[in-house]
Each structure stands twice: as structure tokens, then as C-alpha cells.
Write a protein that binds this ligand. Structure first.
Ligand code: UT7
Length: 306
């Protein structure tokens, strides 16, 4: 028994903000941002609720399922539109749903933590879940702070998940939290994101590698079996360093941060969507989904697409 991935959708704001545009108001440059992060441009605008609803609608259309067949809406977000009510309720309302809806916050690991939650819900009686990752990080960025302004962006990705009594696509899951590292990346009420970038970088590579290795071990495979890595999109150098340590070449890693920046909970579904659009997802093949974020949190899963 298990979880089947049915259909995917994404939504990003129309407004493109290039590195050159940021350089006009910040002491930075296109060259620095590209070399140190891999980001060329990002999308800014909208709200977590509006982007999430659009991505959700597209995922349902892609899956060919009607809204009334959804029996739970899960939203992974670090940037809810309001403290209360949960932004997932706005998404449910926009889609005409009255099933349970709730938000999950695990920062940039949010999509993975929500996927794990969805797995539990599907294995205990739910039939179909709409899982959305949506972020409006730009609202919580100090646009005078070059440390964060060049990294964070807005966007949403969504997936329809079905229960299947005959088997599932998720073969293993490894998640964790180290709350003693909380101060490395924070955003206070009414404040802005702040980060010790160097230390987050160092730890990110470690937790991605460790959790990915354990997830592959639990799935009974090695890195050679992995056809596709769908990593959290924070920094190209983090992806390169982790991939190298795992013995996985970059050709197998999905990279969309050059176009979308770091969209936190949305980055893994955005990256997956892009990979599928480009014909990189094939049934029967193994993929590694892996993320990390504030908390610190981390999560890796091995899946085999059906
Ligand atoms: O989503 C999960 C959380 N986020 C992350 O995973 C991010 C993790 N960290 C990182 O991606 C990187 O640490 C950053 C991209 C944030 C920074 O890259 P770095 O290679 O660690 O740079 P650095 O902080 O060591 O800074 C190098 C230099 C410094 O100047 P000095 O001291 O060498 O003169 C910085 O002041 O670059 C300077 N700098 C900048 N220069 C131009 C820092 N930010 C910028 C900037 N533009 N935006």
C-alpha cells in the first residue's frame, strides 16, 4: 500500500527580477550572484494563497481529477499570508473545497515534511490529497540587505497524491530536525529573513549527504541506481558539493534556481515539474528528493515513479 504521484502543477509570478536589476539598488553584481549562487533571475509577486491555488488547480487538471475528489489539502509554507487562518483554507476556498486543510511549516524542507504527512494520512484512510508548496518570501526580505535579497523569491508547486492499496511510489523517507541550530536562519514577526550563510551552507551539504545516503540504504539501492535528483534549490554550489560526495554527476541533478531563485517549500515541486516538462521523468526509474532548511530541518526520500 502507499502513495502514488498523480499530477503536478506550478505557478510563478509574471514579474522577472534579474541580477542586473538588483545591482541597481544593492552593492552586488550579476557576476557575484551567478558565481556564488547560480541564480540569474527570480520571480517576485503574488501571495502564497493565490500562487498556491493556481498551482493546485493546475495539478488537479494535470491529474484529470475533480476538486470534489480531494479529501485533504496540505500546504507547505514558511510565509503564510496571515498568521490565522491557515493559508491552506484560502486555497481550499479558491478551489471550492470544504475538506480539511492545514499548513505545515518546516521551512525549506516543508514540501518533504508535508509529503511525509500526506503519506501518513493516505495510509490511514484518506484517498486523495492535494499537496501544495507555496511561498511569498519577497514579503519578508529586506530589499536593502544584499545577503538575502539576491537569494529568496516567490512561487508555488503542487502535486495530487492518491492512495493505492497495491503499492506506492515512495520507497524510503529520512527526516530530521536540529533545533539547536535555529539561530542560523530566522525571520521574526514583522521582521526580515536573516542568515549565517556560510554555516548554513556547511551544514546543508552534510545533512543532504547523510540523509540521502540513509534514504538510499533504506530503499536498498545505491547512488548508481538514481536517475534523477530533485534537490532543494538554494545554491548551485550546495547541489554540486552534495552530488559530488554522493557520487552522482550533475547531469542527473535538476537545477531551476537559475530561473526561480530559492523558493523554499516550493522549490522541490517546481524542480520536479521542470524535469518532467523536459522529458526527464520516466516510469520505473529511481529519483532522490532531498531538502534542508531553517530549523535546521532536512529530509530525503527515494521514489520510483509508477
Ligand atoms: O534555503 C536554505 C537556506 N539558504 C541557503 O542554503 C544558503 C546557504 N548559503 C549560501 O548559499 C552562501 O553562503 C551565500 C550565497 C549566502 C554566500 O556565499 P559565500 O560564498 O558563503 O559568500 P560569503 O558570505 O563568504 O561572502 C564572500 C564575500 C564577502 O566579502 P569579503 O568579506 O570577502 O570582502 C561578502 O561580504 O562576498 C560578499 N558578499 C556579497 N558581494 C556581492 C556577500 N553577499 C554579497 C552579494 N553581492 N549579494
Amino acid at each position: 500500500m502507499g502513495v502514488r504521484f498523480r499530477g503536478w502543477g506550478m505557478a510563478v509570478p509574471d514579474r522577472v527580477v534579474t541580477n542586473d536589476e538588483l545591482s541597481q539598488t544593492l552593492d552586488t553584481s550579476d557576476e557575484w550572484i551567478r558565481e556564488r549562487t547560480g541564480i540569474r533571475e527570480r520571480r517576485i509577486g503574488g501571495s502564497s494563497g493565490s500562487l498556491g491555488a493556481l498551482a493546485g488547480q493546475r495539478a488537479m487538471a494535470d491529474a484529470g481529477v475533480s476538486a470534489d475528489s480531494i479529501d485533504f489539502v496540505l500546504l507547505a509554507t514558511t510565509t503564510p499570508d496571515r498568521i490565522a487562518p491557515a493559508t491552506s483554507t484560502a486555497i481550499a476556498a479558491e478551489l471550492g473545497l470544504t475538506c480539511p486543510a492545514m499548513d505545515v511549516n518546516a521551512a525549506c524542507s516543508g514540501f518533504m515534511f508535508a509529503l511525509r504527512t500526506a503519506q501518513g494520512l493516505l495510509e490511514t484512510g484518506n484517498k486523495r490529497i492535494l499537496l501544495v508548496g507555496a511561498e511569498n518570501l519577497s514579503r519578508w526580505v529586506d530589499w536593502n540587505d544584499r545577503n538575502m535579497a539576491v537569494l529568496l523569491a516567490d512561487g508555488a508547486g503542487a502535486v495530487v497524491l492518491d492512495y493505492d492499496e497495491n503499492g506506492g511510489d515512495i520507497l524510503s523517507f529520512v527526516l530530521g530536525t536540529d533545533g539547536t541550530a535555529a539561530e542560523l536562519l530566522t525571520c521574526e514577526h514583522g521582521g526580515y529573513f536573516q542568515m549565517d550563510g556560510k554555516e548554513v551552507f556547511r551544514r546543508a551539504v552534510r545533512v543532504v549527504v547523510d540523509s540521502a545516503q540513509e534514504a538510499m540504504e533504506r530503499a536498498g539501492i545505491t547512488s548508481e541506481d538514481i536517475s534523477l535528483v530533485v534537490p532543494h534549490q538554494a545554491n548551485i554550489r550546495i547541489i554540486q558539493a552534495a552530488a559530488q560526495r554522493l557520487g552522482i554527476d550533475m547531469e542527473r541533478c535538476v537545477v531551476v534556481l537559475d530561473r526561480y531563485g530559492n523558493t523554499s517549500s516550493s522549490s522541490i515541486p517546481l524542480a520536479f515539474f521542470d524535469a518532467r516538462e523536459n522529458g526527464r521523468v520516466h516510469s520505473g526509474e529511481y529519483a532522490l528528493l532531498t531538502g534542508f532548511g531553517a530549523g535546521m530541518t532536512w529530509a530525503s526520500a527515494v521514489v520510483r515513479w509508477s
